[in-house]
Design a protein around this ligand. Structure first.
Ligand SMILES: N[C@@H](CCC(=O)N[C@@H](CS)C(=O)NCC(=O)O)C(=O)O
Length: 219
């Protein structure tokens, strides 16, 4: 399989973690979201992914878009280790946590949204940072209420091993740190993120381990 990815894309990061947990071999094809106005917007990539977003997973059966759809596909073709609980109620709760990140936090802070705020609404860098951290703080505070008090001791959001909720959490926390957002309202998530980030599958999927990684410019 081939994954169209950008080292800093948190949606691609989710798929990288899932592939690593499933031990599925894959090749990274970098798509630079900033270079030349954004390689994702070019006609060749757009044909593959009409939304012009990363990730896209190319499989032998065809190309797939949307990180959560890709991860559920991986779950179906390779059920072990399971990323979702079997029982309907905990399964729905894990999905709710993942969707709270993927639908209610991440899209508000996506590159194209920030670009629009800058270009058409005159928002400066300070305003962008305030916007970014506002949605993260609001979202993470709510997520903190979705997990139980024992989760930090388990080192995962739900159950006993990393799953879909953890796959969404770690990239979102990386985004929060990149913008130096105040995460003090989310102590359980901070502890879980630290435990998960030490696992080899999460380390292999991290931005700094990617072939297209670029260190942040010195401030
Ligand atoms: N819901 C999509 C979101 C994908 C997405 O927003 N990707 C971002 C990077 S994390 C992107 O490609 N942004 C490019 C842009 O905004 O132009 C998914 O989960 O795959």
């Amino acid at each position: 399989m081939r994954l169209y990815s950008y080292f800093r894309s948190s949606a691609a990061y989710r798929v990288r973690i899932a592939l690593a947990l499933k031990k599925l071999p894959f090749e990274i094809l970098p798509v630079h979201l900033l270079r030349a106005g954004g390689e994702q917007l070019g006609p060749i990539y757009r044909k593959l992914n009409p939304q012009s977003l990363v990730p896209t997973l190319e499989t032998e059966a065809g190309a797939l878009t949307q990180s959560l759809a890709i991860i559920e596909y991986l779950e179906e073709i390779q059920p072990e280790p399971a990323l979702l609980p079997r029982d309907p109620l905990p399964r729905a709760r894990v999905r709710a946590f993942a969707l709270a990140i993927a639908c209610d936090i991440h899209p508000l802070n996506n590159l194209r949204v920030l670009n629009k705020l800058r270009a058409d609404f005159g928002v400066d860098q300070k305003g962008i940072e305030a916007w970014y951290c506002h949605w993260i703080r609001l979202g993470l505070e709510a997520l903190e209420g979705l997990i139980d008090a024992e989760a930090p001791a388990r080192g995962v959001c739900f159950g006993g091993r990393p799953g879909l909720a953890d796959i969404c959490l770690v990239p979102q926390m990386a985004n929060a740190r990149r913008y130096a957002c105040d995460l003090s309202a989310a102590p359980k998530l901070l502890a879980i993120d630290a435990a998960l980030s030490a696992r080899p599958e999460f380390r292999a999927a991290a931005p700094e381990a990617q072939p297209d990684f670029e260190p942040p410019p010195a401030r």
